[in-house]
Design a protein around this ligand. Structure first.
Ligand SMILES: [Zn+2]
Length: 506
């Protein structure tokens, strides 16, 4: 049994969960569920990044403590992940004592191995009092902070600890050479290779003005206590997770799932930190793309809003999960529109899988008293075996869209098989053996499909599993996909598996 420790990026605790957060969780969840199906010992970690000045500011605006604010936000995120059927085994919060102790430990390990990896440097920058942070050129318009155009930016100088990232340039180049699949998909690997070619600069490891965070373990030479900067606080969550009571995580992670905007942190800074500390590296980083809404990038500031609650309730959480992974995919950018969501729901779920299940199970009920008959192998069995092989190849390669496509090709083939074999005609003509073959093949096909769609739609797959008269645990039933054993099962006609939607307006 292979170990499979999979993580998502931790979400910053300064607002509500949105579609981008959900997309990443749903994709990672499908991967985790697929690995469990294949018998891996999975540990699935998600969580919250709860430190930093923005969190402190929002708390101050609301008149609550930063801890109370992050408690509330973490609860909201967690409730959303329960609604979406996210099967995480652990939910880490960077304000937890175990995490903070782990951060300190990791930094001390680096000091112990290479005392020279951290050094003090004067940092001079344009500081916005409104944001309580240094601003880069991208945040400055007409000499003012874009968020606080009425305030004057101050020239501020402070001494900080820096991490000597530049020292790890050759190590990282060699890593990407030696492990070409360390970063996937390929387009992201090429971006990181390009970044490395430009040369790496050292990065801040501490800040003096941020107070809501993990104390940096060593004061600066002038005796000032500092706070650990974001990279050294957030990234180590994957490494500190095993320290929590009850955690089944074990370092290293087999897979980090992150957004394409933070590959630099996960593929450059993070492996360098781990190497500096003498720790093993994660095996793979997968960077997914972004969801666009009607062609526009989802963002608070641009005013493009796609209501996650509305998307979850529209056709149920499983339909949203399926749509995101099938239509948007998990490698590149993709588009969300309500029209397309509705279309796919009707064509793939109501008319596709839902129709297949209700016709098949109704016929078994009508012609065979609800008990799946024995039968000879048919062309549908051969198509099913082929589908399972292609599905496995796609899912092993983290090609979730390819996995869903393979499963739905079988849905289409099975619906065509019903039309071609016309079991109602066989029943009328009392061609019993042929009718048995057809009903047996269709029941086996549905068993296969319940297993294959489980990573995408765990709730609906479980319902279908129940209608098929199965009592074994679905997540441990990969064998029913490879060689379905349906004979003798007592089935029931499904009710409301994928109801056709009442007309709605977005
Ligand atoms: Zn500002």
């Amino acid at each position: 049994m292979a170990r499979f420790f999979v993580t998502t990026a931790i979400d910053y605790a300064n607002g509500d969960p949105h579609m981008g957060h959900a997309f990443e969780k749903v994709g990672a969840d499908a991967i985790a569920r697929y690995r469990r199906l294949r018998g891996d010992e999975v540990w699935f970690l998600i969580g919250m990044d709860e430190h930093g000045q923005k969190v402190a500011q929002v708390a101050q605006e609301r008149g609550v403590s930063p801890q109370a604010l992050t408690d509330e936000i973490a609860a909201t995120f967690l409730a959303t992940w329960r609604d979406l059927g996210i099967s995480n085994d652990q939910f880490i919060r960077t304000t937890a004592a175990e995490h903070k102790a782990g951060v300190t430990d990791l930094i001390e390990r680096i000091f112990a191995r290479n005392p020279d990896d951290f050094y003090e440097r004067r940092y001079r920058g344009r500081y916005c009092v409104g944001c309580e942070s240094f601003k880069t050129d991208a945040d400055i318009v007409d000499g003012k902070c874009v968020l606080h155009p009425t305030r004057v930016l101050e020239d501020v100088e402070e001494r900080n600890w820096f991490f000597r990232l530049s020292r790890y340039q050759a190590f990282l180049e060699e890593l990407l050479e030696r492990k070409p699949d360390f970063i996937q998909p390929e387009i992201r690997r090429n971006e990181i290779l390009g970044l490395l070619r430009q040369g790496l600069e050292d990065v801040s490891a501490s800040r003096s003005r941020i107070t809501w965070g993990v104390p940096f373990p060593r004061p600066t030479s002038d005796g000032e206590a500092q706070t650990t900067y974001v990279w050294f606080d957030a990234l180590p969550n994957y490494w500190t997770a095993p320290r929590f009571g009850g955690s089944g995580a074990a370092w290293p992670a087999q897979l980090h799932v992150v957004g394409k905007d933070i590959t630099r942190f996960h593929c450059v800074i993070w492996p360098a930190m781990l190497h500096a500390a003498g720790e093993a590296l994660p095996e793979r980083v997968w960077a997914h793309g972004f969801i666009y809404f009607g062609g526009d990038r989802l963002s608070k500031s641009a005013g493009v809003r796609l209501d996650l609650r509305e998307a979850i309730t529209r056709h149920g959480p499983d339909a949203l999960r399926y749509f995101l992974l099938r239509e948007v995919g998990f490698a590149n950018d993709g588009n969300f529109t309500w029209e397309r969501f509705d279309e796919r729901y009707v064509s793939d779920l109501a008319d596709g899988l839902g129709n297949l299940a209700s016709r098949t199970l109704a016929m078994i009920e009508k012609y065979r008293g609800g008990v799946v008959p024995a039968g000879q192998a048919t062309s549908l069995d051969a198509a099913g075996a082929d589908t399972v092989a292609r599905y496995g190849q796609a899912m092993d390669a983290l090609d979730l869209r390819g996995g869903a496509e393979a499963a739905w090709e079988l849905v289409t083939a099975a619906n065509q098989y019903i039309v071609q074999t016309a079991p109602w005609a066989l029943a009328k003509q009392a061609r019993d053996r042929e009718l048995d073959d057809a009903l047996h093949a269709l029941a086996g096909c549905l068993l296969r499909l319940a297993v294959l769609v489980h990573p995408f739609m765990p709730g609906k797959a479980g319902e279908l599993w129940g209608y098929l008269g199965q009592s074994a645990a679905l997540p441990a039933s990969w064998a029913q996909a490879e060689a379905p054993q349906a004979v003798g099962a007592q089935v029931r006609k499904p009710e409301g598996l994928f109801p056709r939607p009442a007309p709605t307006t977005p």
